[in-house]
Design a protein around this ligand. Structure first.
Ligand code: HSE
Length: 311
């Protein structure tokens, strides 16, 4: 069995427009690197080489909370040494905590001889999400572990379904230099939904999933409407309406908040349009004197991957 594994854990876009808490997909980049090693010690050790201010206390760090959930299930007392090189900024809305918790359980599982499948690791990684935001949502950790588009058909019982997406689909992410905690942006949402909004949202989720499976870009575009979270959360993101307008005018199929924000994502039929959309979106932030980073990426089909391992 290996002693250490060096992994890449991708950023993810949760919600994907209308799919609040139930749809997500993985990106090729950005992504975090993490070195997971077995240790003989009696507690987990966390090293943050990225200086992102991660909690180093194993009871508060999402990665070790997720690993402990797995070890409890397994009845194992093994401890791990985790070295983080994070590229996904915490509070950016592209699954920073998910990359840590999913990456950690993936790495630890590998070093224990893979007693679990990637699908079986999802509930453990969700415990990390609960620590990060107070909510055990799966729409970041499941695509991080499985790659591609993922639907959370049900939370109780947990039912995760992988969805094929069209080959040419590209995503651009524009991350403005502000931070929004998922916990805060969940608190502002209403806890009840009027019937007409529920109907509109169900229609759009069903349309989006159908469009992804059949490769119908027009249907994907028509279905990228969120009437529940976006109207409330968009107030937290300066210039949101203008940025979205710029993406659509550049030819994007649809544009919405990535996860709980502040990152904004746009889906496009090809790389060229995704690049153009990203540039126009960035320009809107720049004209409001808000710096931003742009990432253009295909949908990542593999999820977390091993960069190297040592036995
Ligand atoms: N579905 C979650 C939310 C994702 O929108 O709160 C957080 O990344």
């Amino acid at each position: 069995m290996n002693k250490s594994v060096h992994i890449y854990s991708p950023a993810t876009v949760a919600n994907v427009g209308p799919g609040f808490d139930i749809l997500g997909f993985a990106l090729d980049q950005p992504g975090d690197e993490m070195l997971v090693e077995k240790t003989e010690g009696d507690q987990h050790i966390i090293i943050d080489e990225s200086g992102t201010g991660l909690p180093l206390d194993p009871f508060r760090n999402v990665a070790t909370v997720a690993i402990d959930a797995m070890l409890d299930d397994l009845g194992s007392s093994q401890k791990f040494h985790l070295t983080f090189l994070k590229k996904i900024a915490p509070g950016s809305g592209i699954g920073s905590s998910a990359a840590s918790s999913a990456g950690a359980v993936y790495g630890a599982n590998q070093l224990l001889g893979s007693p679990y499948t990637n699908l079986e690791l999802v509930p453990f990684a969700m415990k990390g999400e609960k620590t990060a935001s107070g909510s055990a949502h799966a729409d970041n950790v499941a695509p991080a572990l499985l790659g591609g588009f993922v639907l959370v058909r049900s939370y109780d019982p947990l039912d995760i379904v992988s969805i094929p997406g069209p080959e040419g689909l590209y995503c651009c992410i524009v991350y403005p230099e502000i931070s929004i905690a998922t916990e805060d942006s969940r608190k502002i949402l209403k806890t009840t939904v009027p019937l007409e909004k529920a109907i509109a949202q169900c229609g759009n989720v069903a349309g989006l999933v159908t469009g992804l499976i059949t490769g119908d870009f027009r249907l994907i575009s028509n279905s990228m409407q969120d009437v529940i979270a976006e109207p409330i959360r968009s107030f937290l993101i300066p210039e949101y309406d203008e940025v979205k307008k710029a993406a659509l005018e550049a030819g994007a199929l649809g544009c919405s908040i990535s996860g709980s924000g502040p990152s904004i994502f746009a889906l496009s039929e090809n790389e060229d349009t995704a690049q153009k959309a990203g540039k126009q979106m960035e320009k809107v932030f720049a004209s409001a004197e808000i710096g931003s980073s742009v990432f253009v990426s295909r949908v990542n089909k593999q999820g977390i991957k091993i960069l190297s391992e040592e036995s």
